[in-house]
Design a binder for this molecule. Structure first.
Ligand code: UDP
Length: 479
């Protein structure tokens, strides 16, 4: 077949409608379009509304459609309903939101795909977040290749993938789950039950929640994917990725970041970004602790208060991203009375609702990151050589902590043992992270892991070749 006769892949891309999923999806879509794909990128009305609103004051780049036009890429942008009105509080009513993802969204997706497939647009590929429950059915019905897009580490995917093994070995699903080491999952040498994702931990007694029902369906569905894409780096999770690859074509192509890392041409933030650069410019190198618990997790009010106490006691400079719903959207004043004012008056602390995290982490004044261990945050921090203080709250964050602290040794735990948080301990841990021997050791180790990430996308690196291979394999399948 001569080159002109070859079909260019046209993929419909559905990211999961959550901030931490939309960000890598946008940047992966851009990479695919740069490699010659046509992409129809589909956000929910709500995600679109949030991103447009947050960029309305001119910060944070163009929407994906405008940015791709400027870059000469073929990305078409559309939105569908998630079944709820824009004003519906998805954070407060999070079970209802999940019910919608399970029962309402699939119908909207199917209607959309049917319309696209019956148009003249020659769609051949469906790319969908692995957490969706419907992709294999939709792909089969409309004769599309199905690419499952996984935004967390391979370790987390593998554990969900082998949930049946956890059940049959008694580590999950009974009232009296085993608490000894898990050593029978293919590609996973050993993992402690307390390092499992929150839904699978021994302390999780209700295993029929909406999240469990989604997990059951989604990780059955992924087994029918033609390809799996993971935002990780082969050298960091070699055994796990190899084991997955034995059952399905799996490509590790992380870290997926915006071109240029800090100056993304595409807006992805769902909240307006405060500019922290001027404040950071006034601080000595390595003196600032960046604190953020991501876009979605909640912390208890006592924990937030103990962290506030620890921050003041530690004497460190800090930027703290405090989302208004960090405790709950029912509680708009999560911080201790007077905390923010005191921090500001002392010139030591800046509290913001949201910021450009990549810009903050890249600033030379930042010397540590107190994090909830979201996967994007971990990759971004390693990329910037900033050691982590780990405070996992929910879902994959516990498993990501294990990789960060126990395996790669680029971070330390905020709490030891019981996960009960105390101001004095917070202050001591901040000190260990930012000053002295442990801090020095962490910095040496993180440099090495950072190099692994950099090499992965250099010419001939594992992610660069994995990505090229994926593009080739798709082209072979559709031609
Ligand atoms: N983020 C940001 N500004 C903030 C806080 C977070 O831009 O103030 C970005 C961060 O860079 C990351 C994403 O939001 O890319 C959060 O993803 P992560 O996987 O770390 O956590 P999640 O929000 O999914 O729990």
């Amino acid at each position: 077949m001569v080159d002109e006769d070859r079909k260019r892949p046209h993929a419909i891309f559905f990211p999961y409608p959550l901030q931490g999923h939309v960000i890598p999806a946008v940047h992966f879509a851009t990479k695919l379009a740069s490699a010659g794909f046509t992409i129809t990128f589909v956000n929910t009305h709500f995600v679109h509304h949030q991103i447009s609103k947050s960029g309305a004051d001119g910060r944070g780049g163009d929407d994906i459609f405008t940015a791709s036009r400027k870059a000469g890429l073929d990305i078409r942008y559309e939105t569908i309903s998630d079944g709820f009105p824009l004003g519906f509080d998805r954070s407060l009513n999070h079970d209802q939101f999940w019910e919608g993802a399970l029962h309402v969204l699939p119908a909207h997706v199917e209607e959309f795909v049917e319309r696209k497939v019956s148009s003249k647009e020659k769609v051949s590929v469906l790319i969908a977040d692995t957490f969706f429950v419907w992709p294999s059915t939709v792909a089969k019905k409309y004769n599309l290749l199905y690419v499952s897009f996984w935004t967390e580490p391979a370790l987390v995917l593998t554990i969900y993938y082998h949930l049946h093994l956890l059940r049959s070995h008694g580590h999950f699903g009974s009232q009296d789950n085993r608490t000894d080491t898990i050593d029978y999952i293919p590609g996973v040498r050993a993992v402690e039950p307390t390092d499992l994702m929150s839904y699978l931990q021994p302390s999780c007694k209700d295993t029929s929640s909406i999240c469990h029902r989604i997990i059951d369906k989604a990780f059955d569905d992924v087994k029918r994917a033609d390809f799996i894409i993971i935002n990780t780096v082969r050298e960091l999770e070699e055994e796990t990725i190899s084991a997955l690859h034995q059952t399905q074509p799996t490509y590790a192509i992380g870290p997926i970041f915006p071109t240029g890392f800090i100056d993304s041409p595409v807006a992805t933030s769902m909240w307006p970004e405060s500019n922290c650069t001027q404040w950071l410019d006034s601080k000595p190198p390595g003196s600032v602790l960046y604190v953020s618990f991501g876009s979605y997790a909640h912390a208890s009010k006592p924990a937030i208060h103990e962290i506030a106490r620890g921050l003041l006691q530690s004497g460190v400079n800090f930027i703290w991203v405090v989302r208004p719903d960090i405790v709950s959207s029912d509680d708009p004043d999560p911080l201790p009375v007077g905390f923010e004012q005191k921090a500001r008056e002392e010139g030591r602390g800046l509290v913001v609702v949201w910021c450009s995290q990549n810009k903050v982490l890249s600033h030379c004044a930042v010397g540590g990151f107190l994090t909830h261990c979201g996967w994007n945050s971990i990759l971004e921090s390693i990329w910037c050589g900033v050691p982590l203080l780990c405070f996992p709250l929910y879902t994959d964050q516990f498993t990501n902590r294990k990789l960060t602290v126990d395996d790669w040794k680029v971070g330390i735990n905020l709490c030891d043992g019981d996960w009960v948080i105390r101001g004095e301990e917070v202050s001591k841990k901040i000190d260990r992270l930012m000053r002295g021997e442990t801090a020095e050791d962490l910095r040496v180790k993180i440099k090495k892991v950072k190099k692994v990430l950099e090499d992965a996308w250099a010419a001939g690196g594992s992610s660069e070749t994995g990505f090229r291979q994926f593009v080739e394999d798709i082209e072979v399948k559709i031609n």
